[in-house]
Ligand binder design. Structure first.
Ligand SMILES: Cc1cc2nc3c(=O)[nH]c(=O)nc-3n(C[C@H](O)[C@H](O)[C@H](O)COP(=O)(O)O)c2cc1C
Length: 144
């Protein structure tokens, strides 16, 4: 199985989640490519069995432009997209918290609940990321 972990991160929180996801996939013998949105060369989504897409949320619940560009670059809606992200409840409370995750999950008709992490996952939230990845992998293996 080959997975892509594509993410956008300015201050490092979403990158940390992407790294935890990548480590976990590798532990499970999944071949993983990491893709820094807006930095790395465009990818061919059809080469992947599973795509993990990560973003932060900003500007009153908005999805960053770089992520929108990535979505356009991919050019179609791959079947197995799981969305993760970081946010901060201080910016608008629960309503706006990680809204970009909800929007992308809906756009891709994702079969998994989006993973939402409050700022940095390091410390108390690492196990939440790991459990989420386990759930996604379990389903992907059944579907494969
Ligand atoms: C100007 C600004 C607006 C933000 N707006 C939101 C928001 O609407 N919802 C949210 O959940 N987080 C919001 N955040 C918090 C970021 O999403 C959060 O800090 C995130 O972890 C940053 O990700 P990064 O470290 O990967 O860049 C905002 C942060 C900034 C600086």
């Amino acid at each position: 199985m080959r997975s892509l972990v594509a993410y956008l991160s300015y201050s490092g929180n979403t990158k940390e989640v992407a790294e935890i996801i990548t480590d976990q996939l590798q532990t499970d013998n999944v071949t993983v490519d990491m893709h820094r949105i807006g930095i790395d060369y465009p990818i061919d989504a059809s080469e992947y069995d599973q795509i993990f897409l990560g973003t932060f949320t900003w500007d009153m619940g908005r999805t960053p432009d770089e992520v929108k560009d990535f979505v356009q670059e991919v050019g179609y809606k791959p079947e197995h997209v799981a969305v993760f992200g970081t946010g901060d409840t201080q910016f608008g409370g629960d309503t706006l918290f990680c809204r970009a995750v909800d929007k992308l999950s809906a756009f891709y008709h994702s079969q998994w609940p989006g993973l939402k992490i409050e700022q940095s996952p390091r410390g108390s939230q690492e196990h939440v990321v790991e459990k989420w990845v386990e759930g996604v992998l379990h389903d992907v293996k059944i579907l494969a």
